[in-house]
Design a protein around this ligand. Structure first.
Ligand code: ATP
Length: 482
């Protein structure tokens, strides 16, 4: 189990220092498990979102996108099962009053055993936990925690309450007066906005099965153990696609999307060795297959995306609760049916964390003195995801160099994000661009005035070439679009 807390903490500090991610409302000491994206983080996040959107909608003729509201009719969440079942077993420590998710507490113990080399014991413990969770045996789970002497990380005691279920949905009031107001929920997933619009999209888009509906947007979960930076947040963003298929064909489509989604992750430039499938052995009662795509974060292999074959459960439930017929007439087989759904559900914030983890490197680089090296922190983002694509740096603030640089800036900025900077030594400016992952820096110097050439410096190889000023834009565009 790779667990590199030091790298993880360094990455978190880097994200704050270089405008990627800040704790929310930091001047008031932050809000637990809520984060804000800064100038570089929001651009990186947008680039990932846009790439996903394009891969799903533009690249698939039979997948369309929607943008449903966060607020939905409260019955939606009855139908989806979230009101009754979207809860986790929790336990409180009586001395510290700290609440834990039972599975996280036991998994923490298993990780500790694993780190001590007691791999078999760790596996047995996780198996026992799975067996007890499957049958909701709460007294059995409490006994397991006590037998294992799992202590609270704050009080250090094993003085536990009984285990209870805790619903993860946030609720609020819709309407202005107490009497007239009704309780509604902040959506805990974006998928339901797609299911309730199935007929609207199918009819207005004249969609033929199989077809998909894609959506990105915020989701909210009152996570109890919310830690690990943006991996587990209370407000986060999902990118989901629900693919509607003829019943009986869903497992073929599930296999298709399972392979397709792994390819997508690799296309982000992720080292395939850091990606793995985790097939679910324990399935939700309505699912007939499910798999997670996991990435090897500095905190170990963890889920980034889930692919689920959800049978006809969702549409059937909405048909039942709304009293409206939600069916499709398949003229190839002359039959009406409720379609089955294969969904791909990926967390945008977890994707950002994956890209940040993959890109981050503290690298030894040569210095002018051949006996010494220096350390630079560099983000090796693929060019198409980098927040800034090109930094334009006049060597001096005078002699007409800024004017040439500004002209290049004007020529490029409508095509891609550029950064103009004339302060500090060129070395310092390069380092700042490395730290935010800018793939290209261009320096304008006195020679530029003579022969219209500039120095282009490549972030990853540190190589520098002399190229024509007029070639800069196309070179960057080629790297982004390639
Ligand atoms: P986990 O087991 O980690 O809680 P989950 O299986 O409940 O996740 P899903 O309901 O399948 O997650 O949601 C789909 C995706 O949404 C996940 O793969 C993950 O990337 C993202 N996601 C879920 N919960 C959170 C969260 N609290 N913070 C950030 N991303 C999340």
């Amino acid at each position: 189990m790779a667990n590199d807390q030091k790298k993880f903490q360094a990455l978190i500090a880097h994200c704050k220092e270089y405008g990627f991610i800040f704790p929310s409302s930091e001047i008031y000491d932050g809000l637990s498990a809520v984060y804000d994206y800064g100038q570089n983080g929001s651009q990186l996040k947008k680039n990932i979102r846009d790439y996903w959107w394009k891969s799903m909608t533009q690249m698939h003729e039979n997948i369309v996108g929607i943008d449903a509201a966060i607020f939905m009719h409260p019955t939606t969440w009855k139908a989806s099962g979230h009101v009754d079942n979207f809860s986790d077993p929790m336990i409180d420590n009586k001395d510290s009053n700290k609440r834990y998710r039972v599975d996280h507490l036991i998994e923490g113990k298993a990780e500790q055993l694993e780190n001590e080399g007691k791999t078999t014991e760790a596996k047995v413990l996780l198996q026992q936990m799975d067996d007890l969770l499957k049958v909701n045996d709460f007294p059995g789970l409490k006994k397991l925690i006590e037998d294992q002497k799992i202590a609270c990380s704050i009080s250090g005691t094993v003085n536990w309450t009984d285990i209870r279920q805790f619903n993860l949905m946030f609720s609020t009031q819709l309407g202005s007066t107490t009497e007239g107001a009704s309780e509604i929920y902040l959506r805990p997933e974006t998928a339901q906005g797609i299911f309730v619009n199935f007929l609207n999209v199918q009819k207005t888009g004249r969609m033929k099965i199989p077809f998909g509906i894609a959506q990105t947007g915020k989701a909210f979960r009152n996570e109890i153990v919310a830690r690990q930076f943006i991996f587990r947040m209370r407000e986060f963003e999902q990118m989901e696609m629900q693919y509607f298929v003829r019943p009986g064909t869903e497992l073929e489509w599930y296999a298709f999307w399972k392979a397709e989604r792994l390819k997508w992750h690799k296309s982000l430039g992720i080292n395939p060795e850091r990606l793995q499938y985790h097939d679910h052995s324990k399935l939700a009662h309505y699912a007939n297959a499910a798999v997670d795509i996991e990435y090897n974060f500095p905190i170990g292999f963890k889920e980034v995306e889930g692919i689920h074959s959800r049978t006809d459960y969702d549409l059937s439930r909405h048909q039942q609760f709304s009293g409206k017929k939600i069916q499709y007439f398949d003229n190839e087989i002359n039959k009406n049916y409720v379609p089955c759904v294969v969904e791909t559900s990926i967390g945008l914030d977890r994707s950002v964390l994956m890209i940040l983890s993959e890109a981050y490197e503290e690298e030894a680089v040569p210095t002018a003195d051949p006996t010494k090296t220096d350390i630079r922190t560099v983000m090796h983002f693929p060019a198409f995801l980098a927040p800034i694509k090109l930094a334009i740096l006049p060597l001096l603030k005078k002699d007409g160099l800024p004017e040439i640089a500004r002209k290049l800036m004007d020529e490029c900025k409508s095509q891609f994000y550029c950064w103009y900077e004339e302060k500090d030594s060129i070395g310092k400016r390069y380092r700042r661009q490395d730290a935010i992952g800018t793939p290209f820096c261009v320096t304008i110097d006195h020679q530029t005035k003579e022969d219209d050439t500039v120095t282009i410096r490549y972030r990853d190889s540190l190589k520098q070439d002399r190229i024509k000023l007029g070639e800069v834009k196309d070179k960057v565009l080629k790297a982004i679009n390639g």
